[in-house]
Design a protein around this ligand. Structure first.
Ligand code: FEO
Length: 393
C-alpha cells in the first residue's frame, strides 16, 4: 500500500491479513500490518522502519511501482525483525543509503542481520538530521518495549513515528484509524501482550507524547492516528496504577468440581457489584485473558490437581501472568484434587514477582465441593469485596 499521509510523508507498509498468531503466543483476530513510512524532504529521502522478511519482495516491488529511485536514510526505530528484516535488501537496492539509528539497534542489526558497520550511522538521543525542508529528531524510548526502542519525530509536520508503541495488530484499507470497538479491542490486546510488562514506561511516554500535542501518531503496526487523543487516552487508562472493580477467574476443570467453585464464587462477587471474567484456559483465547488482566483488581486461579501437582495448563497461565506484569493487586487460589499432592506451591512461587496480596488461605477440596467449601467461598467473596472497597473500587 502506498499512500500520502501528510505533506510528502507516505505510508509504504503492508497488511498481513492471513497472520493468525504473533510471537507464536498472541492469537490475532484481525491480522496485522507492518508499517513503513517514506519521507521525501527537499534534499534527502528517508524510510522509517522497513519490513517483515517474508514480505520483502512485495515491499521492494511497491517502492519500484511508486518510482522510489533513491533513499538516503533508513531510520530504524527498533531492531526486531518484523521491522528491521528488510534492511539488507534495502541497502542492496539503494547503495547510497545508510541506516540512522541508536547504538542498541545498531548492535542488534549487526548481529541479527549482519548489516555492515559502514552502512550504519549512530545517532544520539535528541539529535536532529535535516532532509532539507524537513527535520527528523530522534527520541530514545528504552523499555517501550525493547531496550533499543526509539521514536522519530518529524519536526515541521508535527508527526511522531512511535515504533511498536501505540500500535495494534490490525489491517486496513485506508491507513487512518477508524475508531471502533474492534480497533479498541485490537489495540488493547496488543497492549496487554506486548506493552503491559512495561506499563510504567508506557505511562511516562504516553504523557510525553500528549504534552507534545502532535498532529499524528504513526505506529509500526495498525492504523495511523490522525486524532492522537484517541489512542493516548486509551493508553492513559490502561497504564494507570488504579485497577477496575473486576475479578478475573482463570480455571481448568477436569471433573467440573473446580468449575463449580469458580461459578459459585463469580456469582457471589457479581451479587456484590463486582464485575467478573471467567476464563476456561483450555478452550479460551489467551488474548482475552491478557486483555482482562489490563484492568483486573483481583485474580482467582482455579487449579485442579493432575499427576500430584497443579494442572500444567495453569502453570503456563501463572507464568504468563508473571511476565505480563498486570497492575492486579489481590489474588486467591482454589481447586479440587483426586488422590493428593501439592496443589498450590508451584503456582504461588511462579506468581511471587507480582507481589499480589493473597486474600485468604488457598481453598482445596477432595472431589466435589460441599457446604463447607461453599461457606468458604462466601467468605472469600466477602473478603475480595472488602479489599476492593479498601482501594476505593
Ligand atoms: Fe513489531 Fe517489537 O516489533
Amino acid at each position: 500500500m502506498f499512500k500520502e499521509i501528510k505533506n510528502n510523508i507516505f505510508y509504504c507498509g503492508l497488511n498481513d491479513c492471513d497472520r493468525k498468531i504473533f510471537d507464536e503466543l498472541i492469537p490475532l483476530e484481525n491480522g496485522t500490518s507492518y508499517n513503513s513510512y517514506l519521507v521525501k524532504g527537499s534534499e534527502k529521502t528517508a524510510i522509517i522502519d522497513t519490513m517483515y522478511p517474508p514480505f520483502t519482495e512485495q515491499y521492494l516491488n511497491s517502492l519500484d511501482e511508486n518510482n522510489i529511485e533513491r533513499v538516503d536514510y533508513i531510520i530504524q526505530n527498533h531492531g526486531e525483525q518484523d521491522h528491521s528484516g528488510s534492511i539488507p535488501a534495502l541497502l542492496e537496492k539503494y547503495p547510497e543509503a545508510v541506516v540512522l539509528t541508536n547504538s542498541k539497534v545498531a548492535n542488534n542489526i549487526k548481529s541479527m542481520l549482519h548489516v555492515p558497520n559502514n552502512r550504519i550511522r549512530e545517532v544520539v538521543d535528541g539529535e536532529e538530521v535535516s532532509l532539507g525542508d524537513k527535520t527528523v529528531r530522534f527520541i530514545f524510548a528504552p523499555g517501550v518495549h525493547w531496550p533499543d526502542t526509539m521514536f522519530t519525530f518529524l519536526k515541521e509536520d508535527n508527526v511522531i513515528c512511535t515504533c511498536d508503541f501505540l500500535g495494534a495488530h490490525y489491517t486496513f484499507d485506508d491507513v487512518f484509524a477508524v475508531e471502533s470497538e474492534e480497533l479498541k479491542n485490537s489495540a488493547k490486546r496488543y497492549y496487554a501482550e506486548i506493552m503491559m510488562p512495561f506499563r510504567m514506561m508506557c505511562n511516562r511516554y504516553t504523557k510525553m507524547i500528549k504534552e507534545m500535542n502532535v498532529d499524528m501518531i504513526l505506529p509500526s503496526h495498525g492504523p495511523v492516528h490522525a486524532r492522537p487523543d484517541y489512542i493516548l487516552d486509551l493508553y492513559a487508562d490502561w497504564t494507570t496504577d488504579e485497577p477496575k472493580n473486576l475479578v478475573v477467574l482463570p480455571y481448568v476443570s477436569m471433573y467440573e468440581s473446580t468449575k463449580e467453585m469458580i461459578d459459585y464464587l463469580a456469582a457471589r462477587l457479581e451479587e456484590n457489584g463486582i464485575q467478573t471474567f471467567k476464563f476456561d484456559i483450555i478452550r479460551g483465547d489467551l488474548g482475552d485473558l491478557a486483555m482482562s488482566l489490563v484492568d483486573a483488581a483481583t485474580v482467582v486461579l482455579g487449579v485442579p490437581m493432575v499427576l500430584a501437582g497443579p494442572h500444567p495448563a495453569m502453570v503456563n497461565i501463572a507464568y504468563l501472568a508473571s511476565v505480563l506484569r498486570p497492575k492486579t493487586k489481590f489474588a486467591a487460589l482454589l481447586g479440587s484434587y483426586g488422590w493428593g499432592g501439592n496443589l498450590f506451591g508451584l503456582i504461588g512461587e511462579i506468581l511471587k514477582p507480582l507481589k499480589l496480596e493473597i486474600v485468604a488461605d488457598p481453598l482445596e477440596v477432595k472431589g466435589k465441593p460441599t457446604a463447607f467449601e461453599f461457606d468458604k467461598l462466601d467468605d472469600l467473596a466477602k473478603r475480595i469485596s472488602e479489599k476492593h472497597k479498601s482501594i476505593n473500587l
